[in-house]
Write a protein that binds this ligand. Structure first.
Ligand SMILES: [Fe+2]
Length: 257
């Protein structure tokens, strides 16, 4: 059996949430998807994660929503993360932080292990992402397919991780940098991988934010408000095919909608 898994990159702002709400069930049917995972760390209006938009993503067809460095911008999300199996936050935060770094969700009769980790290059000095993910693999128990969202700034850190876990994690993808990379592929030992899924958000922007604001920031070096840009929303990500008989990912390709 071939399982088809869609991964969508960082959702930026309410208009992107709305587009997913209006299109994801249709996309699931059109592409005959078995599973969908979305990075929702900036889905809330004004950045970060809120309960309402995260819940919309789940109700719209996301089996699991992953997170990142902006997850805890709003306090309301903390308790929610403790109570919601469908949302994971980076596993290398300190243990005392709300939420879980991994979850196992059943879809179409298969158990999907979904993990989230944050890079530490040019980011918060969290625990070692490699060792943190290894610890999950050691204790996660039984599952059929494993998926890892590597939320990281540095390309080399993501690629190094993909080689380190090649053959041990079935599907790995990078998020956070908001620009889709062209390297969707199957690694030598059978893991599907892409360095960054890209963004679900307004195209005519700087990473989803009004371009004028970011240009002002670069020119003046003074604080600006990061307003989400208007205009056409594009969904970016990747579709992976996992062969349950061969127990390896057999294809990885870019997705745009
Ligand atoms: Fe991020």
């Amino acid at each position: 059996m071939i399982l088809k898994i869609l991964a969508l990159g960082d959702v930026v702002g309410p208009a992107a949430v709305e587009k997913i709400k209006n299109s994801l069930w249709g996309i699931r049917r059109e592409y005959k998807l078995d599973f969908a995972v979305i990075n929702g760390e900036n889905a809330a209006d004004g950045g970060g994660m809120d309960i309402k938009s995260t819940q919309i993503l789940i109700n719209s067809g996301a089996d699991v929503v992953t997170a990142g460095n902006h997850t805890f911008k709003r306090r309301e999300i903390r308790e929610y993360l403790d109570d919601t199996r469908e949302v994971v936050r980076p596993c290398n935060f300190p243990d005392e932080v709300s939420g879980n770094g991994y979850t196992v969700v059943n879809a179409n009769g298969y158990d999907f292990l979904v993990m989230n980790v944050m890079g530490t290059v040019f980011m918060e000095p969290l625990a070692c992402p490699f060792r943190s993910v290894e610890k999950i693999l050691a204790r996660a128990g039984k599952y059929d397919v494993s998926i890892l969202d590597i939320h990281a700034e540095s390309t080399s850190e993501k690629i190094a991780m993909s080689h380190y876990f090649d053959g041990k994690i079935d599907i790995m993808f990078g998020t956070h940098t908001h620009v889709q990379t062209s390297d969707a592929r199957v690694m030598p030992s059978g893991s599907g991988y892409i360095t960054d899924l890209g963004m679900c958000g307004p195209e005519n922007s700087v990473l989803g934010i009004k371009k004028e604001k970011i240009i002002e920031k670069f020119l003046m070096h003074t604080p600006v408000k990061f307003d989400v840009a208007d205009g056409e929303i594009k969904l970016h990500g990747a579709i992976f095919e996992y062969d349950t008989d061969k127990k390896r990912t057999v294809s990885a390709r870019l997705f745009e909608y």
